[in-house]
Design a protein around this ligand. Structure first.
Ligand SMILES: Nc1ncnc2c1ncn2[C@@H]1O[C@H](COP(=O)(O)OP(=O)(O)OP(=O)(O)O)[C@@H](O)[C@H]1O
Ligand SMILES: [Mg+2]
Length: 253
């Protein structure tokens, strides 16, 4: 089943009267429930694509359907409401509101959906427990480490149970170990529960975990099945190494 369907999408930016085509007649159909990795060099248009899907930015041509709604037909206000209700977004720079506590940051999207403050707080607290930060709800974001802030941002992105989760280089500001933790948390909270995760990244560590890989190349979105296969082989190899190690350990003990 398709969750994000993009037809003939074109986006260009004009600067100093020169037009730069970033996305050129892109067609793609993302399958619901998958973890989709979006690759491409800096400036290739990954963030642009994510911003068009979330309705932060407007297309020049073409259509984007998200969960059956044609977001390109909505005006700005309608797009904001659609995003609030149906999409979760995680950014590279966390984007938490500095003047709100951790709990308030997470409960805000839920409260904006018209839920009572009490209900929103309870739900936000439960989300914070799930990301391992139940004891930090009263802290302000600047008291938390980068990895912790990103875990709060993940709780915030998922508190209203969106079907579509967009992540723009969510591990870009984190060290390798923290990146792994944040990534596995994101996957744990989206995979197998019907959510679709579309992640723009430069991190090749993620490849073995992807269900599908796309790259943006000269304005076109190309599926990279070769890289996906290599990633799957690498994953199988790592798993068999791990099983061999466990077996050896059991023999010796
Ligand atoms: N508001 C804007 N005005 C003008 N040009 C823009 C604007 N936003 C993006 N661009 C241009 O669009 C192109 C794609 O940018 P985008 O941010 O989508 O790249 P990216 O793939 O996300 O790069 P990175 O990996 O560095 O994040 C770039 O050439 C950029 O300069
Ligand atoms: Mg970007």
């Amino acid at each position: 089943m398709s969750i994000i369907k993009i037809c003939n999408l074109t986006k260009q930016y004009t600067e100093a009267e020169r037009a730069r085509v970033v996305l050129n007649q892109v067609d793609v159909d993302f399958v619901a429930g998958e973890f989709i990795v979006l690759l491409g060099p800096s400036g290739s248009g990954k963030s642009t694509l994510i911003n068009l899907i979330s309705g932060v930015d407007e297309v020049d041509e073409g259509q984007i359907h998200v969960n059956g709604t044609n977001v390109t037909m909505l005006n700005e206000k309608q797009r904001t409401l659609f995003r609030r209700d149906h999409i979760g977004i995680v950014f590279q720079s966390f984007n938490l509101i500095p003047t709100l506590t951790v709990l308030e940051n997470v409960s805000l999207p839920y409260e904006l959906q018209g839920k009572s403050r009490k209900e929103a707080s309870q739900r936000a607290q439960a989300m914070l427990e799930r990301v391992g930060l139940g004891d930090r709800s009263a802290s302000f974001p600047d008291r938390l480490s980068g990895g912790q802030q990103q875990r709060v941002a993940i709780a915030r992105a998922l508190v209203h149970e969106p079907l579509v989760v967009l992540a723009d280089e969510p591990t870009g500001n984190l060290d390798r170990k923290t990146s792994e933790e944040v990534l596995s948390l994101l996957l744990e909270m989206t995979r197998g529960v019907g959510k679709t995760l579309l992640m723009a990244t430069h991190s090749m560590d993620i490849i073995p975990l992807a269900d599908r890989i796309y790259r943006i190349d000269n304005g076109q979105l190309v599926e990279d099945t070769e890289r996906l296969k290599r990633g799957a082989l690498l994953r199988a190899e790592l798993e068999s190494q791990m099983h061999a190690q466990i077996a050896a350990h059991m023999e010796h003990s």
